[in-house]
Ligand binder design. Structure first.
Ligand SMILES: O=C(O)c1cc(=O)[nH]c(=O)n1[C@@H]1O[C@H](COP(=O)(O)O)[C@@H](O)[C@H]1O
Length: 286
């Protein structure tokens, strides 16, 4: 099964568009684990076990492991997810971007060392910096397009005078990803939930691509507006229903740290349940 098939299967099985982001910060762990970086695996595995039937994907953020010399715990966590939740695809959030020869090493890291199903990438260095990942047939690659942070405006909202139609940079990225950059059919785009109008624009430019949408929860993005903008059932001219590419709506801190007590995993499940249901209801209304 390729990454897109995995997403579709997980969405159907768990009736979910929610991605739980695994951004473990020992300073925010519950009292019995607090400030202990050797407990990163234990914390994340408990979250995975509590939410695996509620998600379309998991998204471990590599910096939260590397910063604590916890790469071995990330490997252990990947193995745990494979074993206990094989139906849930794993997006390794690494936001890599480098020249081709170095990108080849990053691709080995993401897909062979960690066994991720997809990775996040910066497209800033151009197509040859993305191509090494696309050699891994069946693996997904999400290009940063219109990110959720305020500084995303600095470059992504600039107009490209030399490109026909003078698109904004994020619009150009969306077109390339839907078009000739999509060499293996496995590209997706990252668009922040904090910018629903831009999600709508990206969806118009890239109708069939999966959109990874972080920014609900701690960053205050609106789940309902996100679904309205990015997810819709379309009718083709012949009347047949066509679904746009999937959306994968990520929430990390709001779920991970729903409780600072010993009930953190139960509280994470309750928060994930609530968020999944908000997203489901929004789909029904869309
Ligand atoms: O690529 C990402 O996942 C990403 C892109 C983006 O535009 N904004 C964004 O917040 N993210 C990531 O999504 C997660 C959001 O975390 P919360 O704000 O805690 O839900 C973090 O891991 C971010 O690194």
């Amino acid at each position: 099964m390729n990454f897109l098939d995995q997403l579709g299967a997980a969405e159907r099985q768990n009736q979910s568009l929610l991605c739980v982001g695994l951004d473990p910060d020992p300073a925010r762990f519950p009292a019995h684990l607090k400030n202990d970086a050797s407990k990163i695996y234990d914390f994340c595995a408990a979250i995975v076990d509590a939410t695996a039937d509620l998600v379309i994907a998991f998204k471990p953020q590599i910096a939260y492991f590397a910063a604590h010399r916890a790469e071995a715990q990330l490997e252990q966590l990947m193995a745990h997810m494979r074993r206990t939740a094989p139906q849930v695809p794993i997006i390794l959030d690494a936001k890599r971007g480098d020249i081709g020869s170095t990108a080849e090493q990053y691709a080995i890291e993401a897909f062979e060392r960690y066994g991720a199903d997809a990775v996040t990438l910066s497209p800033f260095m151009g197509l040859d910096s993305v191509q090494p990942y696309l050699k891994y047939h069946g693996k997904g690659a999400f290009l940063l397009c219109r990110t959720s942070n305020p500084g995303g405006d600095d470059f992504q909202n600039q107009r490209l005078a030399s490109v026909p139609g003078q698109p904004l940079l994020y619009e150009h990225i969306a077109r390339l990803a839907q078009g000739h950059w999509n060499i293996n059919g496995q590209l997706g785009l990252v668009v922040g939930a904090t910018y629903p109008a831009e999600i709508e624009r990206v969806r118009a430019l890239a109708p069939s691509l999966p959109l990874l949408i972080p920014g609900v929860g701690a960053q205050g993005g609106d789940a309902l507006a996100t679904v309205k903008a990015g997810w819709r059932n379309q009718r083709a001219a012949d009347g047949t229903a066509q679904t746009t590419g999937p959306i994968i709506v990520n929430s990390s801190r709001a779920i991970l740290y729903a409780s600072a007590g010993g009930d953190f995993a139960t509280a994470a499940r309750a928060e994930a349940f609530k968020t999944r249901d908000v997203l489901r209801a929004a789909c029904q209304a869309a």
